[in-house]
Design a protein around this ligand. Structure first.
Ligand code: UT7
Length: 352
């Protein structure tokens, strides 16, 4: 009987280091309102956002993903030849082929490793972290670089009251690897395709091609379709979040075996400060437990928001390496993913 080999598995994994990149251009609510029919006051009161970052100049999704990845590698102090896989969590890589991760790996000097994109909307980082932890546990890689990177403003309609004031650009990354004590709980994750249209592109590729074909031979000056923009039924997502996320948070605690009282830091996806305040209150986390509020000056950066928020808390001292944190990503899909983790050490090379 021929037996097929299996990898040597291990149990304990953790985030060993973190890095981030914030685009240089800071865009205030007032600047957004030069085009959008809204006000600084409305935006701050309803979302908690004052500023966000937009890419400019040479900055691209590829460059900011690589910059965050580079900082994560440097801050971890790891010999990069040990990285066994790269996961690029993003919904804003604009080509289906080639996908982004292999080029980002090449930019980081680790060409040749397994590298793939993971698309799960704003829940993307939680999915990526869970997959990375399980790859390492299963022995498929020793160290995995997980990058959450988004250029949400590329597909943004600056006149759309449902999205224009919310989204921003940025990238954050962590190195996941073996550790003495376990630092990443089982992932609690799920999706709800019945509400998929609540966050969606307004034009899909098939529609684009059909319209382009239908217009062949008509006035060549006519644009086949306009630009592709993201639309969000905000109140519908808000209602879904209010029902789904409290359950996800308590399931994440249960799966981790960590008591609510032992959680030291809360780092939810930075979608809306009001959602986060509600989640913290409903979960019954003590007032003094620090909660990420990177949304105030970074906006909603989708799959990049959790590593960016984690980096901000570690750099400013609001959180410390080794503390127990509860993470939860959620958004398009609709989907969510959360874990209890121990935080990586504060980065020596910060993003601001
Ligand atoms: O990251 C992915 C996951 N995403 C989320 O979790 C997003 C969840 N949803 C949200 O964050 C919120 O729904 C939004 C921030 C998008 C919108 O806030 P809201 O409090 O749900 O506003 P609304 O759409 O219910 O509108 C309330 C009022 C309306 O006016 P009336 O009918 O009360 O007179 C809107 O016309 O606010 C008005 N409004 C605005 N006013 C100024 C809606 N959008 C705007 C705007 N500026 N941008």
């Amino acid at each position: 009987m021929v037996s097929i080999a299996v990898n040597k598995s291990r149990e304990n994994v953790a985030m060993l280091g973190i890095g981030a990149y914030r685009p240089q251009r800071i865009v205030s609510n007032d600047e957004v309102c030069e085009v959008l029919d809204s006000t600084d006051q409305w935006i701050y009161e309803r979302t908690g956002i004052r500023n966000r970052r937009w890419i400019s100049g040479d900055e691209t999704l590829r460059s900011i993903a690589a910059a965050a990845g580079e900082r994560a590698l440097v801050n971890t102090g790891i010999d990069r030849s040990k990285i066994g896989a790269l996961i690029l969590c993003t919904s804003s890589w604009l080509k289906l082929t080639p996908h982004g991760a292999p080029t980002v790996a090449a930019d980081l000097g680790i060409n040749g490793i397994p590298a793939f994109d993971l698309t799960s909307g704003c829940g993307g980082f939680g999915y990526g972290l869970g997959v990375a932890a399980d790859l390492i546990r299963a022995g498929s890689a020793d160290y995995v670089l997980v990058i959450g990177a988004e250029t949400m403003t590329v597909g943004l309609d600056p006149t759309d009251r449902g999205t224009a004031m919310i989204f921003g650009d940025g990238a954050g990354a962590v190195v996941v690897g073996p550790s003495e004590e376990n630092g990443i709980s089982p992932t609690v994750w799920g999706s709800d395709g019945e509400n998929a249209e609540a966050i969606a592109q307004d034009v899909d590729f098939l529609e684009f091609m059909n319209k382009a074909q239908a217009m062949q031979g008509t006035d060549p000056a006519i644009e086949p379709v306009g630009r592709m923009s993201l639309r969000m039924e905000g109140p519908r997502v808000f209602r879904w979040a209010a029902v789904t996320l409290p359950r996800a948070l308590s399931d994440a605690l249960e799966a981790s075996g960590v008591a609510k009282e032992d959680i030291e830091v809360f780092i939810p996806h930075q979608a809306n400060a009001r959602i986060n305040d509600l989640m913290k209150k409903n979960l019954g986390l003590a007032d003094e437990i620090p909660m990420a509020n990177d949304i105030e000056n970074t906006g909603n950066t989708s799959a990049a928001s959790i590593p960016l928020a984690m980096e901000e808390m570690l750099v400013t001292g609001k959180a410390k390496g080794g503390q127990l944190a509860l993470l939860l990503g959620f958004g398009a899909g609709l989907s969510y993913a959360g874990q209890v983790v121990t935080l990586p050490p504060a980065p020596t090379e910060a993003s601001f």
